[in-house]
Design a protein around this ligand. Sequence first.
Ligand SMILES: [Zn+2]
Length: 114
Amino acid sequence: MPRHYITPNLPPLCWGYQAITLFPLGIFYRSEEVRDDQTTGKHELIHWEQQKEMLCLLFYLWYLVEYLIKLIRFMNHQKAYRGIGFEQEAKKYERDPDYLSTRKPFHWIRLVLR
Ligand SMILES: [Zn+2]
């Protein structure tokens, strides 16, 4: 299980975001309220599993490449970001309390190909 940190000053790459998962370090939240939010917590735990199965560095590489491909396709940051397979999986299942115990590895790949 990841460690959870409250860091009001998240790195510059995270402007606008309330939390970031950095495997194997832990999950960083802007505030205690964000940390205690079940949906955000579940969303970040899904990213934790994705990063673990992608050996961390491959996660960031894939994330960036897919973001750039979708940015070119949509010409819109929000659409590109939301279109990333990792984000689609986390968003789709962040409210499902049983998802992490039933999740199949690399499930996000199915969402990339849509
Ligand atoms: Zn996310």
